[in-house]
Write a protein that binds this ligand. Structure first.
Ligand code: URA
Length: 232
């Protein structure tokens, strides 16, 4: 791809602005040589304003989402995109979240601009487990794990039972729940159906991929090895 288009598609500016940036010498290689519009320099060796370019198309990002941010590109209030550089909203192809977390849920949230990868993660065939840490309003009764594992649990206004899910009791009012599907507000609705209420909810893992080293409100670009962990 030509340099101007490549940089414009990453959201750094319009094609006109990027042409100007190239003319002004703001686009260089790692040795500081100014690049021309027809340069064939490898993506990872291109600097814009002395900083390496953002990752090329096919990027996957893992964010540690804080409570209070909505998984939308255009709702009112604080959005998960506000935690990424502004230019990421202008990327072509667009960056979208892989699934969603409620505004009041924190934890592991993936973004990608790679439609094939997105579908692989959400496909029932991949069966990627998602692990949630839950703090409840009232003590667990003791029968929740069996109910969740039964494969027969029905949620209100749905016509298909939930797939078996694993509940690990961590304390009187805390538990870890592993789901193999993602229905609307699933964790909150599962506990509501048992007469309880979820006070705090956080997703700690997607497959084997966790949030080690990623502070709340920050994110990282996943390596191939990180990505593979999603399917392990
Ligand atoms: N289940 C919920 O209830 N909320 C989430 O954000 C994710 C799973």
């Amino acid at each position: 791809m030509r340099l101007v288009k490549l940089i414009a598609n990453l959201g750094y500016g319009s094609r006109k602005e990027i042409q100007m940036a190239i003319r002004n010498g703001w686009v260089t290689d790692r040795e500081g040589n100014r690049l021309k519009a027809d340069s064939k320099t490898a993506h990872e060796d291109i600097l814009f304003d002395d900083e390496p370019l953002d990752p090329a198309q096919g990027v996957v990002i893992l964010m540690n989402k804080p409570v209070g941010y909505t998984c939308s590109a255009k709702d009112q209030g604080r959005l998960v995109y506000d935690l990424l550089p502004d230019r990421f909203r202008m990327r072509k192809p667009a960056l979208s979240t892989i699934g969603r977390l409620d505004k009041e849920t924190s934890g592991a949230l993936l973004f990608t601009d790679d439609g094939t990868f997105l579908h692989k993660v959400i496909s029932p065939k991949s069966n990627v487990p998602k692990v949630y840490e839950v703090v409840l309003d009232r003590p667990l009764k003791g029968d929740e794990a069996d109910l969740f594992a039964s494969g027969e649990m029905m949620l209100e206004s749905e016509d298909k039972p939930l797939k078996p899910a694993e509940l690990e009791v961590l304390g009187e009012t805390s538990a870890r729940l592993t789901l193999h599907e993602g229905r609307y507000h699933q964790v909150r609705r599962m506990f509501a159906a048992t007469g309880n209420h979820v006070n705090e909810l956080s997703r700690s893992r997607i497959g084997s991929l966790g949030l080690e080293g990623i502070e709340e409100g920050t994110w990282k670009v996943l390596s191939e090895a990180d990505k593979a962990q999603i399917f392990e």
